[in-house]
Design a protein around this ligand. Structure first.
Ligand code: ADP
Ligand code: 5GP
Length: 206
């Protein structure tokens, strides 16, 4: 895997959550209200769900193409989830940052860890369900998968939740609007970290 250049200036916000927690819903809302923040569109070999669009939600590609891209070193990170491959394209992230945007990532904890090892300025946010029973309900409500797949996602969710311990922030997704508000607030607060404003501060105090 290729490294992104370390002189990255944009803020990278990395969000993880067990499947069904509400991460996609929250991220979409935040992206609507924070124009400086752009979504890192991952590649995946899974089929699009109802309502998902190629090039907006994911780049839906074949396993063959994905494997070629792995060989070509195109991904910053990639992982296999539920039999499908998911990966973050280096080129896409680099061009977003070059254009002056901040970038929101929706990746699993393995991908997040890889990003953490490369960008120590990135911010890591874990979204939690209000309870395990509610997580089950939300997965069912989404209703996009067969029972066996849903069961596998659910078992995996248990394991993933333990990863919360190394993230910077945790959001309990009790009420969607509040979760959106908290994620937006995290972004705003991080943008105003004193060390991110060094240039502007230096201009004033010399
Ligand atoms: P994820 O991206 O984490 O897999 P989704 O965003 O697809 O999860 O949400 C799963 C389901 O739960 C969807 O039907 C969504 O509308 C619902 N949902 C998300 N957040 C909440 C919430 N706070 N309260 C009730 N339902 C929610
Ligand atoms: P879903 O199929 O529900 O969209 O995503 C399944 C899991 O894959 C989620 O945990 C999601 O965060 C993760 N995921 C999506 N894109 C990427 C990616 O580019 N890299 C990694 N490592 N995980 C991803």
């Amino acid at each position: 895997m290729k490294e992104l250049s370390s002189d990255i200036s944009g803020l990278l916000v990395v969000v993880s959550a067990p499947s069904g927690t509400g991460k996609t819903t929250i991220c979409k809302e935040v992206l609507k209200i924070v124009p400086e923040l752009r979504f890192s569109i991952s590649c995946t070999t899974r089929e699009p769900r109802k309502g998902e669009k190629d090039g907006r939600d994911y780049h839906f590609i074949s396993r063959e193409e994905f494997e070629e891209r792995i060989s070509g070193g195109d991904f910053i990170e990639w992982a296999e989830n539920h039999g499908h491959l998911y990966g973050t394209l280096k080129k896409d992230v680099e061009s977003l940052v070059k254009e002056g945007h901040d970038v929101l990532f929706d990746v699993d904890p393995r991908g997040a860890k890889k990003l953490k090892s490369q960008y120590n300025n990135a911010v890591f946010v874990f979204i939690l369900p209000p309870s395990i029973d509610i997580l089950k309900e939300r997965l069912k409500k989404r209703g996009s998968e067969k029972d066996a797949v849903m069961k596998a996602r659910f078992e995996r969710a248990f394991k993933e939740i333990r990863e919360v311990v190394w993230y910077d922030y945790a959001i309990f997704n009790d009420i969607i609007d509040e979760s959106v508000d908290v994620l937006k607030s995290i972004y705003k607060a991080e943008k105003n970290r004193r060390e991110r404003l060094t240039k502007r501060i230096t201009n004033i105090i010399g």
